[in-house]
Design a protein around this ligand. Structure first.
Ligand code: FES
Length: 382
């Protein structure tokens, strides 16, 4: 051995010939590490206690894998779409969707953590070492230290006996695999469920409940009374000048369908503000190109969903004709096709084209919105 500053160092040839135990001992010596205790957790190999510990840990990892797999299955195939309480069986399973995701993912993570903790407790040697810190005068590690450090790592892996514990390795691999797959698949799940499946219908993302399902279908403006199954439609004379009312879509085909009546008032993009301008204000209206006939007289209908991040813009100030969103204080001018005049919103509120049904005297929609409601993912073409 050659001499170092204060201790003997091996030559390159000597270093190349050293086995791992020698490198570990040398590394400790060089780093000023004194191993006070370095017991083997299982000095007698193959005992029943050792095998039991191994099986227990493998079981936890397997449980993590099974729970991860269950999470994946629940996420993709569990009946997640709303079913009303009247359809008791579907409603029961629908209600379990979110708890099921939480439980399976929670169990997977917990079981994996327990497996790691147990493995550390049962199989990693619990040495007691004392070390003087040496940063090589700030110059970083040299080749000698790198090799001895790598030997230390390899030794730790070797003494942890993970290499020969195939049940634990398989269990851990299964657990990590299922958990990783679940995590990786989360952002893709929307594609797997195909949100564009109903694109041509009122249930698709490009439409709202105001879309006519068949040619000539009348979609009326419905007042919400607090009872989701009560149908009260709106006539022009029901609103005073300068007032506002929230309305929802209604079609005759749904009159006796309790579920459809409930969905109509619950669906996020259905609420519409029906505003009746004062006559003197109506004279000042500036209409948006392509929307010149969207109003009925002094009646204007705008979505209630803010174009900023989708809060309900539920405040209408009669004096200034401003529509206010309470979330981030965006303001929209009801006299100028609800274009934003203050706050973070940059797009006008979508306007619903309305008219009067001459047969019944109720207000109804001419057709669906022609642009996204709220912070939409698509843009209008005009
Ligand atoms: S959601 Fe309306 S201002 Fe932000």
């Amino acid at each position: 051995m050659s001499s170092g500053n204060d201790q003997q160092l091996p030559t390159e040839a000597e270093l190349a010939e050293m086995d791992r135990d020698q490198l570990v001992a040398l590394g400790g010596k060089l780093d000023g590490v004194e191993l006070a205790e370095y017991p083997d957790p299982w000095p007698v190999k193959g005992t029943r206690a050792e095998k039991r510990a191994e099986r227990t840990i493998a079981l936890w990892f397997t449980l993590a894998g099974v729970a991860g797999l269950a999470f994946l299955i629940a996420m993709i195939w569990w009946p997640w779409q709303y079913a009303p309480p009247t359809e008791s069986s579907q409603h029961f399973w629908y209600q379990l969707y979110t708890p099921m995701l939480g439980i399976t993912l929670g169990v997977a993570i917990l079981a994996f953590a327990v497996g790691i903790l147990l493995y550390t407790k049962k199989f990693i040697p619990h040495e007691v070492a004392v070390q003087q810190r040496d940063d090589n005068m700030g110059a970083g590690s040299d080749e000698l230290h790198r090799q001895t450090f790598a030997a230390h790592l390899a030794d730790a892996g070797n003494r942890s006996t993970v290499a020969r514990r195939s049940a634990i390795k398989r269990g851990a691999g299964f657990g990590v695999g299922m958990l990783g797959l679940g995590t990786a698949i989360l952002p893709l799940i929307g594609f797997i469920k195909n949100p564009h499946k109903d694109s041509g219908t009122k249930d698709g993302l490009y439409h709202t409940g105001w879309k006519q399902e068949k040619p000539g279908e009348k979609v009326f403006l419905r007042r919400y009374t607090g009872n989701p199954h009560e149908v009260v439609l709106v006539r022009p004379e029901d609103l005073d000048a300068g007032s506002m009312e929230t309305v929802f879509p209604f079609r005759e085909s749904e009159r006796d369908d309790e579920h459809a009546l409930l969905v109509a008032v619950k669906r996020a993009d259905n609420p519409v503000m029906l505003i009746r301008l004062r006559p003197q204000d109506a004279e000042k209206v500036v209409k948006r190109k392509g929307q010149e006939d969207f109003n009925y007289g002094d009646f204007y209908a705008y979505t209630k969903i803010c174009s900023h991040v989708g809060c309900p813009t539920s405040l209408y100030e009669q004096r200034t004709n401003r529509i206010l969103c309470p979330c981030h204080q965006s303001q929209f001018d009801a006299l100028q096709y609800a274009k934003p005049v203050f706050g973070p919103a940059t797009r006008a509120l979508a306007q619903l084209p309305i008219t009067l049904d001459p047969e019944t005297g109720y207000l109804m929609a001419k057709h669906d919105f022609i642009e996204p409601v709220g912070p939409g993912f698509w843009e209008r073409k005009s």
